[in-house]
Ligand binder design. Structure first.
Ligand SMILES: [Zn+2]
Length: 460
């Protein structure tokens, strides 16, 4: 007789953020990711709502990667009564600590705004970290109720994993986020074998990215054009992966003298900590990058780079004359130091805001990317005269074509009969349903896009 499990799609269904799934095996409840809702939910009480399950009844928590929309509610889960173990790769745990401390600060501001208690405090974060175990890729870990789990490299950020759960020979994979091979630092996404069910992301499910082979050249052109105009090139950068990819490539352009030498400010204490964690776990880089780091190359160091620590220093940079580059978070401009810089430079026609990642609906970054001519920052109306451009080449996600190819390859890698069903999640509704349609039409897969709160039975 076949086993039966139920997957509950609690978060990251019908939306990109808030990743939170439950695999109920009958005698165990395994949670996959426990992320914050972001974008339009950054300023409401969604993250404060009680979990739709009893945290005390969860048997195990598996984490795919350290982005805050995948880990940001873990301390709340612990605060609300979860006493079990947490499992991720070593790099994910290392990145999680600074990420959670940062999220705690941001959520404190939202808490004040909506008149709630803070979501959690540092004690809850420390408690979560004390329950947190690590395992390398490809090492099978036994879980309750006859399940086992194995992590595969998903090529999205340092230590990111797709999690394959197996019971009695049947498997379901939760992809977390899937990297599209754009990082100069990471390996390509692996294809796990013998997968029967797939719960896959669809952030760019309806978008095909432009040819990315000229990315370095394009970045060089933005730097050069901006330097010639004497403006500020402001890059709202996610602290994890995007910042390190950019530092690595700006370093290459400057050391090889392909662009003018201008000051580069990394104005994000969080990104600085994350960069240090990257260097502490070189075993999660691609083989080629591991060799370079082990050979003594300082892949993120160059003469023009300056780290900005306190907020006063951050404000002073904007007043400094002459061309410059500023990398600051948050990546979606929904908080953090980048917003202060945007207030300064958006009215300046010499300057450029260069968007390099996914911008959630409702975020300031999304409004800018969509060509807003006027935005509101901290209650002030700001007219946009600066250049605002988007570069897709730094995307940490697979595009629609790659997602399709990924599902097809996972299907082909199950020689016992291919994929039985694909659940498309972590995308805006249009992106998810577009990918569902393509999976049906082009790959012939049984695919659906569950909405939040739905459940599905699987024979695992
Ligand atoms: Zn992610």
């Amino acid at each position: 007789m076949e086993n039966k499990s139920t997957i509950f799609f609690y978060g990251g269904a019908g939306t990109v953020t808030g990743s939170n799934f439950l695999l109920d095996g009958g005698h165990s409840k395994i949670l996959i990711d426990c992320g914050l809702f972001q974008g339009e939910h950054s300023f409401d009480d969604t993250n404060w709502l009680p979990f739709p399950f009893n945290p005390g009844e969860i048997s195990y928590l598996i984490n795919t990667h350290a982005h805050i929309d995948h880990i940001g509610r873990i301390p709340k889960l612990v605060k609300d009564g979860y006493t079990g173990r947490i499992l991720s790769t070593e790099a994910t745990k290392a990145l999680a600590e600074p990420m959670l401390l940062d999220a705690m600060e941001l959520s404190r501001r939202t808490a004040e705004h909506i008149g709630k208690e803070p979501l959690y405090d540092e004690v809850d974060i420390r408690q979560a970290l004390s329950q947190w175990d690590t395992v390398p890729y490809h090492k099978v870990v036994e879980l309750p109720d006859g399940f086992s789990v194995e992590f595969f490299d998903s090529g999205h950020i340092l230590g990111s994993a797709l999690a394959k759960f197996t019971r009695a020979g049947k498997s379901v994979v939760f992809t977390g986020d899937l990297g599209g091979g754009n990082s100069p630092l990471l390996s390509l996404c692996e294809i796990p074998e013998g997968v029967d069910y797939l719960v896959m992301e669809s952030v760019y499910g309806d978008r095909v990215q432009k040819d990315r082979t000229n990315r370095l050249e394009d970045l060089g052109k933005y730097i050069t054009d901006n330097a010639e105009r004497g403006g500020t090139l402001l890059i709202p950068a996610f602290s994890t992966e995007r910042t390190q990819d950019l530092l690595y490539e700006i370093r290459a352009l400057m050391t090889e003298k392909k662009v003018p030498s201008v000051p580069v400010y990394l104005d994000s204490p969080l990104a600085e900590k994350i960069t240090a964690s990257y260097l502490a776990y070189p075993q999660y880089f691609s083989k080629a990058m591991q060799q370079r780091v082990q050979g003594g190359e300082h892949i993120f160091e160059f003469a023009e780079l300056q780290y900005v620590h306190d907020a006063g220093e951050s404000r002073a940079i904007a007043a400094r004359p002459g061309p410059k580059i500023i990398l600051a978070g948050s990546g979606m401009s929904n908080g953090g130091r980048v917003v202060g810089h945007e207030a300064e430079i958006l009215p300046d026609q010499k300057s450029t805001v260069l968007i390099v990642g996914y911008q959630a609906a409702g975020s300031l970054g999304r409004k800018l990317a969509e060509g807003a001519k006027q935005v509101s920052i901290k209650g002030q109306k700001i007219t946009v005269r600066a250049h605002v451009d988007t570069m897709y080449g730094y995307s940490a996600h697979m595009d629609s074509e790659q997602l399709l190819a990924f599902a097809q390859q996972v299907g082909e890698a199950n020689t016992g009969g291919g994929l039985r069903e694909v659940f498309v999640v972590m995308g805006e509704p249009a992106a998810a349903s577009f990918l569902v349609q393509r999976l049906r039409d082009y790959v012939g897969l049984h695919a659906t896009a569950p909405t939040a709160g739905e459940k599905a039975e699987v024979a695992v």
